[in-house]
Write a protein that binds this ligand. Sequence first.
Ligand code: 3JN
Length: 331
Amino acid sequence: MKKYNVAIVGTGAVGNKILDVLEERNFPLNNLKLLATSRSAGKNVAFNGKTYTIEETKASSFEGIDIALFAGGSASKDFASYAVNSGAVVIDNSSTFRMDPEVPLVIPEVNPEDVAWHKGIIANPNCSTIQMVVALKPLHDKAGIKRVVVSTYQAVSGAGAEAMEELQAQSMQVLNNDKVQVNVLAHQIAFNLIPHLDVFLSNDYTKEEMKMVNETKKILGDKSIEITATTVRVPVFNGHSEAVNVEFKNPLPADMAKEVLSNTPGVIVIDNPKDSQYPMPVFADGKDEVFVGRIREDNSVDYGLNMWVVSDNLRKGAATNAVQIAELVIS
Ligand code: 3JN
């Protein structure tokens, strides 16, 4: 079996998770290069029984690299073109190229065929988009989506390792009656909710909300789907949740939606209200699937459904999806 030279650019929460997923899935690696800013360069990282030293990312870092996994942040803007010019296929976790018509935006369970037309860069969608669209796609195929109204409950891990530390520190501060220190997020997150992810745009939506709208249309290849989103940061360490209301063009009874989702690769239905069984972030943490529950008809409209969608945002929302794309590229 052919083995590949892989570079990971970024060694934060997502970069670390990519290492875990490559190891777990036994990705056919030849050489591995870990690249980051000068701040992290020189640090050692253990992977598959070997020690690797993080190097500072430079224009020349990509010589001989087959696949460059960019783990998010500004490195994509600065270095992706050098990686492509060196002959690497770039799989990019940031929003830099997602809406570029020359760049496929791929969820392997949804639109694997789009990998074929890449010109050097393949974009990984936003974490909140990925888990929602994995659940929407089989229902769209069945009954045609007219409109989606989504509210998210996003874990602090989406804002990075420092935000996770901040939730922990602030929780202690509140419980000890100490002054709460706010350094990473816009406001206190412990025992609070913040309806503000990424920056506000001129339409008063946040950029995170508009990512969900625009990326969903691109991935499903259907500009006619109406979507509106409210994204909220919640005091959960890891695992994003979403309340998704869908209006279809054709009838889709809840029982049929449950059956369709139960037969969808990458989806696990947990929906047994009588026994208090439904997806929750503490359960999804560490897993690769998208969990769907609370599937029920919305009788306030024709052909409406409500559902609750939970997934590990660092895994399926980032690292696992990126590694699955890499597997498609080499297959
Ligand atoms: O906050 C979250 O839960 C997800 C955050 C994603 C994110 C954070 C900063 C910059 C992104 C993203 O993936 O869309 C970006 C970005 O690349 O724009």
